[in-house]
Design a protein around this ligand. Structure first.
Ligand code: HEM
Length: 455
């Protein structure tokens, strides 16, 4: 993938007409509302489907997707891949950013970026943010109530679905409220980088947005260096300051024993930090904040819209939730499973290997179709049913393995708070016009979701 359109004409010779039509349907903008029927056809007929045109193997089974994401044989396309395979992109600011980011690095280079983030922001910190999330949800729902108080419809995504994650991730990173609207627009353009197939227009927009956001985050870091606050920018700076070469472990230090190390043996000299211990520079810290921002709001806005829409399409499930708020976490998992925001993600074989019994050469591309995996009947009985009481749900919607979503706990929290408040404040919420889906092959989200509060 990573550049050429997935043309069903490129399906392998010998693939049945049914399989070719199903692959075409998955990428057909007109069928975006429900790609799950065609994906089920692929899963049954060709669970590892090589598509010559896009040069990737589409994986639609749960076990195969999980094995590829969590196992040691596959890596993400990274800087060396960029230089080798797409040198024409290398000068683009957006490519320079993405292929050195968490999502575009492997092994020690990836650990080096991920370590500081997880050190300063774990799942517990997400829970600590819950009071802030509740406050923002209440404010946004007040606005939604005002907008629909005359019995009319309002666009839920414009009023709640997008502003909520922008505010939450903005708060987390340290972006002041007043600047968040501009950020929303820039973030949307930068998020075009998450597309598996990027058009020239995607690149152009992403380049402009990345350049502006880099400048912004560099300025923010400078400000926080002078005046630290309670946010990710300040925490990362503090950690980067505390690290540095002086903090590299000393070889033989423990061998110095009870003497307290005063007479360290000759072996007890400083060793240079390993690659994953090298402290992050200013540009890298700015890029880290930028990635968290970009990865954190389009996806969550997608979940919020599709979760609300799924509940409206299944009133009996919404009624169960109203009757028992204890079902909220399960409802969020089911929404992630049933129509998760990230449909697919690509990996490359690090060495000759196989998946689903099919050989993959070193460097060969595979695309884990997370949305298809989440509806695999071998993993979930009656997979197309939307059931807030479904047991044993472990979704692949946040990925798996080393690149497992950093913000999963925060996204789950936002969705649970929103669904809980909606079901008590707006028990008669109803669709009020045709929704508009985001024009994307990968990110499943509503751009527009007209709802009425008193339908
Ligand atoms: C429902 C909402 C979300 C979904 C469905 C989602 C999905 C994903 C997926 C599938 C990946 C892995 C991509 C891959 O393996 O190729 C990922 C990674 C990531 N996500 Fe999320 N995400 C969501 C929300 C968030 C939030 C709220 C944040 C930040 C606060 C965030 C930050 C990240 C970051 C930084 C990575 C890169 C991790 C790495 O490569 O080590 N995400 N996300």
């Amino acid at each position: 993938m990573n550049g050429s359109a997935a043309d069903p004409e490129g399906a392998p010779e010998g693939a049945s007409a049914e399989v070719r039509a199903a692959l075409a349907a998955v990428f057909d903008p007109g069928l975006r509302a429900d790609p799950y029927g065609p994906l089920a056809v692929l899963r049954e007929a060709a669970p590892v489907l090589y598509d010559e045109e896009s040069g990737t193997r589409f994986l639609t089974g749960f076990a195969d997707c999980q094995a590829v994401l969590a196992g040691p044989d596959f890596v993400v396309p990274d800087g060396p891949w960029l230089a080798r395979e797409r040198p024409e992109w290398a000068a683009r600011p957006a490519a320079d950013f993405f292929y050195a980011s968490l999502l575009g690095t492997n092994g020690a280079a990836h650990e080096r970026l991920r370590g500081p983030l997880t050190a300063v922001f774990g799942p517990r910190r997400a829970v600590e943010l819950s009071a802030g999330v509740e406050k923002v949800v209440d404010e946004l729902l007040d606005r939604f109530e005002d907008a629909t108080s005359d019995g009319g419809a309002a666009d839920f995504q414009a009023l709640v679905g997008y502003p909520l994650p922008v505010a939450v991730v903005g708060e987390l990173i340290g972006v002041p409220r007043a600047e968040q609207e501009r950020f929303h627009r820039l973030g949307r353009d930068a998020a075009r980088l998450l597309e598996p197939v990027r058009s020239d227009e995607d690149w152009r927009r992403a380049d402009t947005a990345v350049t502006a956001l880099r400048e912004y985050f560099t300025g923010l870091l400078r400000e926080r260096r002078a005046r630290p606050a309670e946010d990710l920018a300040s925490a990362l700076l503090a950690r980067a300051g505390a690290a540095g070469p002086a903090s590299a472990r000393r070889v033989g230090e423990r061998a110095a024993g009870p003497s307290g190390g005063r007479e360290r043996p000759p072996a007890a000299r400083e060793r240079p930090p390993t690659e994953s211990e090298l402290p992050l520079g200013e540009r890298e810290l700015a890029d880290l904040l930028l990635l968290v921002f970009v990865a954190g709001f389009e996806t969550t806005a997608g979940l919020l819209g599709t979760a609300v829409s799924a509940l409206l399409a299944h009133p009996e499930q919404a009624a169960l939730l109203r009757a028992d708020p204890g079902l909220l976490p399960g409802a969020v998992e089911e929404a992630l499973r049933w129509d998760g925001p990230v449909l697919m993600t690509e990996r490359l074989a690090a060495r000759p290997t196989e998946v689903g019994g099919v050989a993959v050469p070193a460097g060969g591309s595979v695309t884990a179709v997370l949305g298809a995996a989440n509806r695999d009947p071998r993993r979930y009985p009656d997979p197309d049913a939307f059931l807030v009481t479904r047991p044993d749900v472990h979704v692949l919607s946040f990925g798996a393995g080393p690149h497992y979503c950093f913000g999963a706990a925060l996204a789950r929290l936002e969705a649970a708070v929103l669904l809980g408040r909606l079901s008590t404040r707006f028990p008669r919420l109803a669709p009020a016009g045709p929704p508009v889906r985001r024009a994307s092959a990968c990110l499943r989200s509503f751009d527009v979701l007209p709802l009425a509060a008193t339908g």
